[in-house]
Design a protein around this ligand. Structure first.
Ligand code: GLC
Length: 717
């Protein structure tokens, strides 16, 4: 975004009345979908009065064109509207939820699915998405973990860059590009007790080390917009946080794009207890740098009075209005308000291709958590299969939360996917219980099918809206009576493969002790059933890895790999060390955990050169061999640790990753190059600081200590 105004914008600014300028700061709902509290009002009167600058939750070529025509032809200045929507993991073609896609550890995939989402969204008149969500998430009680890239700042920063590039393309002016919104700045994922919207208690250092890097990466990648979080930082709501929004994001990071409030978040400064009324709230948000008021009507109602009282200046209003008009200029809306080229893009013709990519994304997002006795893959179709559980044929749930314009009827659930793969097998289907209902009468029939089957696919998990916004769960385990169903089916002694559909790790340690195999299938979108079939039959050897630690018990939460050692690091033999009396410290499955149908061996970890000066590059390489029976893709994770520094450093920090496709008995070298910038950490002023001394590097399949190869370098500054 360039701060310099175009002549057209300068001319409009001179022509606009105060009310028209405030109107550009007003975003109202088009009412096709509801994504927040309250009922969307009627925007048409405000639109014709020039009091609306953008709409959300309205899409479809006909509706958007007609509303845009009114804006362009029936308002005094004819300023076109921006049309925004939550295109989070697909528009019509639905991809795996972000937490699932993060499991692929694949920036090229993340960009590809965002590009397709942009094409399909732009073809239906949308010009902005409220994505990517970049909140580092370490608490599975928090439902919005489903929307995130997981627990790691570096991985989430890669996710940020890939999604911004995918949504925005090479040119925001292209009719097939949509503006991306980095949200929700910042540390929203650290809401106390995992309760959505709750207060956040994060140190300034953790803010800079963990929660800000993905947003800084998004800004560096050219993201067009930023959305502050509902929550607070140091008791100041982000929506009114001058130090973060104005001083850091705008002045220090140089962000010249638009800041869009979250849904009625400006009004919520009153219940936050920092504003007495909507006029004070509007003044606080505008002075912090919030340009657009999403659904609150706070700017329209509050700014005229705030201006009159001197609480805000005309310059504050002008700056916000200019940024909104410049975004419309960058999107090419003044020259091409109807973006006909996008509307001409016949995404229906591309739907088959898009579904193929959705299938590939889905199978790359399935994490094989356990596979006792290598029961998987089932390469020969069984004679009789029991597909049991409330998620076995749950077409709607495959959409997951925030499912864009996805249609239930377009989703392929597990049952038809398996039927297509095992078309000669007899497949017995019984839900057994509902996802969270109290009825257990169906368990007997399900057990009866299990007893007649050669193998059981037991499909358990959450409803799609048990994660996402306003969906925190204090006990993130199997809802309803699914545990009773599972135990009854497992008691038959038949081989049972469990498919877990969820927007978070489900804390069910007992399940892994009795089920032969467990797959984390998250919510996989349009091609869920076919992707699951590809993995179960061995068409695809699972390659995904956990982007979040999977707790053994909710008592461990939050549990994450990049923790600091403390002065008394956990030592089993040492009573006085950081540990529990009743639980292990380690999660059930660590960050990066994910089994394959083959076996990869990592060896010969090399780091060169062994001495680094500031500005130098360092190459990390490891040899990976496929020692197993089938081909597969391995992702090598590269971590570092700074054992002695001016501030305590985490025991591990992810700094790179590399992939290799390996045939059986094939060996390849996976290599990445880092710079000393990657070895720096925020100093006392939070600027990147490189310190002399030893840096330890680690390479391996996951953050599990036993899996890691180690090497070290000396930094000389
Ligand atoms: C919601 C969400 C935000 C979303 C916005 C618009 O409340 O917090 O993620 O983009 O409102 O729907």
């Amino acid at each position: 975004m360039s701060a310099r105004l175009t002549d057209r914008v300068a001319r409009l600014m001179r022509a606009m009345t105060i009310d028209e300028k405030i109107g550009q700061l007003n975003m109202l709902s088009g009412g096709l979908v509801v994504t927040g509290p309250g009922e969307p009002g009627d925007y048409m009167a405000a639109l014709k009065a020039g009091s609306v600058g953008s709409l959300l939750n309205l899409f479809g070529r006909g509706q958007v064109r007609e509303v845009q025509r009114i804006a362009v032809e029936e308002t005094r200045l004819g300023i076109p509207l921006i049309f925004g929507y939550d295109v989070i993991h697909g528009h019509r073609t639905i991809f795996p939820i972000p937490l699932a896609e993060a499991s692929a550890f694949d920036p090229a995939l993340w960009e590809r699915t965002a590009r397709i989402a942009a094409l399909e969204a732009a073809a239906e008149g949308l010009t902005l998405t409220f994505a990517p969500m970049l909140d580092v998430s370490r608490d599975p009680r928090w439902g919005r973990m489903a929307e995130s890239g997981g627990e790691d700042p570096w991985l989430t920063a890669r996710f940020a860059i890939a999604k911004v590039k995918g949504f925005q393309g090479d040119d925001l002016k292209s009719p097939l590009s949509i503006a991306a919104t980095a949200k929700h700045l910042a540390a929203y994922g650290a809401s106390v007790a995992g309760r959505d919207y709750a207060q956040v208690e994060v140190s300034e250092r953790s803010l800079h080390e963990v929660y800000l890097p993905p947003f800084e990466a998004a800004v560096a990648a050219g993201v067009a917009a930023i959305m502050p979080a509902f929550t607070d930082m140091d008791n100041i709501p982000l929506t009114a946080h001058v130090a973060i929004l104005r001083d850091m994001v705008r002045r220090q990071w140089g962000f010249e794009g638009v800041i869009i409030s979250d849904y009625t978040a400006i009004n919520e400064l009153v219940p936050h207890g920092v504003a007495a009324d909507v006029t004070e709230a509007a003044a606080l948000a505008l002075k912090a740098g919030v340009d657009i008021d999403l659904m609150g009507l706070a700017y329209v109602e509050g700014l005229p009075k705030a201006l009159q009282s001197g609480a805000v200046s005309m310059e504050h209003i002008d700056q916000a209005a200019q940024r909104v008009l410049m975004l419309k200029e960058e999107l090419g809306l003044f020259d091409d308000p109807y973006r006909d080229a996008a509307v001409k893009f016949d995404h229906k013709a591309r739907r088959v291709e898009h579904r193929d990519i959705a299938r590939d994304a889905a199978r790359r997002s399935i994490v094989l958590l356990s596979n006792r006795g290598n029961i998987l893959p089932v390469t020969q179709p069984p004679r009789r299969v029991a597909m049991l559980g409330p998620l076995a044929n749950a077409q709607a749930e495959m959409l997951g939360p925030w499912s864009g314009a996805g249609l239930i009827e377009d989703m392929v659930p597990f049952l038809p996917g398996m039927r297509a793969a095992w078309h000669e097998s007899e497949i017995l289907y019984a839900p057994g219980v509902s996802i969270e209902g109290g009825d257990t009468k169906g368990i007997e029939a399900a057990v009866g099918f299990a007893e007649r089957a050669d193998i059981v696919l037991l499909c358990l998990g959450e409803e799609r809206y048990m994660s996402g916004e306003a969906a925190s769960r204090a006990r993130p385990d199997l809802p309803g009576h699914q545990e009773a169903l599972a135990r009854a089916v497992l008691a038959t002694g038949k081989p049972v493969i469990v498919l877990l559909s969820s927007g978070r790790p489900l804390i069910v340690p007992w399940l892994f002790e009795v089920a032969q195999a467990v797959l984390a299938t998250w919510f996989l979108g349009s091609e869920a059933g076919h992707a699951v079939a590809d993995v179960i039959t061995g068409q695809w050897s699972p390659s995904a890895k956990l982007p979040v630690s999977w707790p053994a018990d909710r008592g461990q939460v939050p549990v994450f790999y990049a923790h600091r050692p403390s002065g008394r690091p956990m030592a089993p033999a040492n009573r006085y060390s950081s540990k529990y009396l009743d639980l292990p410290n380690e999660p059930l499955f660590p960050f990066g955990h994910g089994l394959s149908y083959t076996r990869f061996t990592h060896r010969d970890f090399n780091v060169s050169p062994s001495e680094l000066r500031a500005g130098a590059k360092v190459t990390l390489s490891v040899s990976v061999r496929n020692d197993g029976p089938v081909a597969g893709e391995e992702t090598v994770l590269f971590f570092l640790r700074d054992p002695v520094a001016s501030v305590s450093r985490p025991v591990l920090e992810l700094k790179g990753m590399g992939k290799a496709w390996l045939e059986p008995r094939q060996t390849k070298t996976v290599e990445i190059t880092l710079s000393t910038d990657d070895l720096a950490f925020p100093g006392t002023d939070y600027a990147p600081r490189l310190e002399p001394g030893v840096i330890e590097f680690f390479a391996g399949p996951s953050a599990r200590d036993e899996d890691l190869l180690k090497a070290e370098v000396h930094v000389v500054v």
